[in-house]
Each structure stands twice: as structure tokens, then as C-alpha cells.
Design a protein around this ligand. Structure first.
Ligand code: GTP
Length: 273
């Protein structure tokens, strides 16, 4: 009969080295060393599908896609590890489909396919700038992109590749905000950067109320109890549980992503403090 070391040679070697006093670290998710002047080392950028349609009413705007890709490249060039989670509101909204009488789960799966389209478009725009990217889908579709495997995603990021998460969490009833909070937690990200149309969280809608004031800092609990709709409650709770700050900034302005990464510019930080 084979002993343990013969059946499992790798672990056998680890155990025998331990016996000799040699410590072996099994690396899973080492965080990069902090860089001077940069607020975060590994971040998840969350963008709604609407951002990618620019001024259009539907679909993708190539000028906007290219601008977003330039913004991401700028941050990658600073040495930051970046992963991206996009929505699909520019293609199909699961919630609206359900409101119009469609089965909710069916509508949500259509939304997840919309995310795959956005992810592939963003990959294409990034590759035109010679940025290495990998699209990883929560729903395996091997002919199109890689399946999502956490450890593999981590390695891609460590190698400086932009990982774009596609197909949401792979489950209906979850939003792309929740996907962002989930993947940021799994990837051990330092922050979730939520790119929106506005430059932060306000006391009221700044488009409707000119006296609305922007918060520099706000707590997860404030967002939840005051129903500020920064992100959906599941996403905020998940970020809170894992102590990942959510930074709300205007992604429509070129260069803003990099500015926020250096702690400059205008934004609101949602955190435990
Ligand atoms: P490492 O070699 O581990 O650093 O990563 P890599 O992604 O460069 O190597 P890999 O051989 O895994 O992938 C090579 C190319 O094939 C990359 O462009 C991947 O995105 C792509 N690829 C890998 N797995 C799949 C898959 O399951 N489906 C599809 N469509 N492409 C894949």
C-alpha cells in the first residue's frame, strides 16, 4: 500500500521539508507592496452599462469605450492592479424586463449576457492600447472567454493584466453592484471604485436640488439607513462586512480614475469610519 507522500507527492515534500525545519509558504493571494503616492494597490472598478453608451440612448459608444480604456491604462501604468465589473443597462435591464411581465430569472440571465457583451467590448478597447486583459465569466462559455476561477483571476492581476468579470455572479436576483462587492472581496481588493455620472454622494439629487451638498466621507451604515442608493444594500453590506471602502467618483471625465487613485480630485468615500 502507498504511503501519504507517494500518493500526494507535493504535500509529501512539504511535510518532509517541515520535518527538516524548512518552512514553505503556500502563496494564494499576496497583496502587492504599497507604492508611493498611490492610495490603493489593487482595486475593482465598477461601471454601469450606461457609462459605456456615452451620449447614446442604447448600446455601446466606441469613443466612450476608448476613453474608459485610456483611463484604465493610466492606472495600470501607475502599477496598480485593476479588475473591472460592468453592468448591462445599456443593453438589457433584468429588472425592467421583469416589470414588463417577463420571468425575472429569465430577464436576469439576459442581463448577464449583456454584461458579457460589454466585457468583450472593453477587452477589445484595452487590447488596442496594448493592455493585457482577461475576461472571466461566472457562467462558463469557454468558446468566448475563460471561466471565472478565483485563484486564476488573482494570478492574472498579479501579472498586471486587467481582469474583467463577466456574467455577474452567475445567479439571477443579484445586481452588478453585488458582483462588484463579491469579486472585490474575493480578490482582496483595497477599494471598490464606483464610476458614476456624479462626483460623489450628495444630500439630495444635485441635478434637482441646487442646495444639495456632497459628502467627502460617509459610513456604510449612513448609506444603508438613509437609503442613499449609492449601491444596492446587498453590495454595501458585503463591502462593509469585508471592510472594503467604496469610492464614488465621476467616471465620465477623462483622467479622473487616476486622480482618485492618487487621493486627489472630487469623490466620496464610503467606509466604516
Ligand atoms: P498564464 O500563462 O497562466 O500566465 O495565463 P494565460 O492566460 O496567458 O494562459 P492561458 O494558456 O490560460 O491562456 C492563453 C489565452 O487563452 C488567453 O488569451 C486566455 O484568455 C485564453 N483562454 C484561456 N482559457 C480559456 C477558456 O477557457 N476559454 C477561452 N475562450 N479562452 C481561454
Amino acid at each position: 500500500m502507498m504511503d501519504f507522500s507517494e500518493r500526494f507527492p507535493y504535500f509529501g515534500a512539504v511535510l518532509s521539508n517541515r520535518a527538516k525545519g524548512i518552512d514553505i509558504m503556500i502563496k494564494t493571494s499576496e497583496k502587492p507592496a504599497p507604492k508611493a503616492g498611490i492610495a490603493h494597490n489593487r482595486v475593482l472598478l465598477k461601471m454601469s452599462g450606461e457609462v459605456l453608451m456615452g451620449e447614446k440612448e442604447f448600446g455601446l459608444d466606441s469613443k466612450t469605450l476608448n476613453r474608459v480604456a485610456r483611463d484604465i491604462k493610466q492606472v495600470i501604468d501607475m502599477g496598480v492592479e485593476v479588475c473591472v465589473s460592468v453592468g448591462a443597462g445599456n443593453i438589457f435591464r433584468g429588472v425592467s424586463g421583469a416589470a414588463e411581465g417577463m420571468d425575472r430569472t429569465q430577464a436576469d440571465y439576459m442581463g448577464m449576457l449583456g454584461i458579457v457583451i460589454n466585457a468583450l467590448a472593453l477587452q477589445s478597447a484595452l487590447e488596442q492600447l496594448n493592455v493585457d486583459t482577461r475576461v472571466m465569466s461566472a457562467i462558463p462559455m469557454s468558446a468566448i472567454c475563460e471561466p471565472y476561477i478565483r485563484r486564476k483571476a488573482m494570478r492574472h492581476m498579479e501579472k498586471g493584466r486587467v481582469v474583467i468579470f463577466a456574467a455577474g455572479t452567475g445567479n439571477p436576483y443579484f445586481t452588478s453592484d453585488t458582483t462588484a462587492a463579491l469579486r472585490a472581496s474575493e480578490m482582496n481588493c483595497d477599494a471598490i471604485l464606483k464610476g458614476t455620472k456624479v462626483d460623489g454622494v450628495y444630500t439630495a439629487d444635485p441635478n434637482k436640488d441646487p442646495s444639495a451638498k456632497r459628502f467627502d466621507q460617509i459610513t456604510y451604515m449612513d448609506v444603508l439607513t438613509k437609503d442613499l442608493r449609492v449601491m444596492d444594500a446587498t453590495a454595501v453590506s458585503l463591502a462593509r462586512e469585508n471592510d472594503i471602502p467604496i469610492i464614488i467618483f465621476n467616471v465620465r471625465q477623462e483622467g479622473n480614475f487616476a486622480q482618485v487613485m492618487t487621493g486627489k480630485g472630487t469623490f466620496t468615500t464610503v467606509s466604516g469610519k
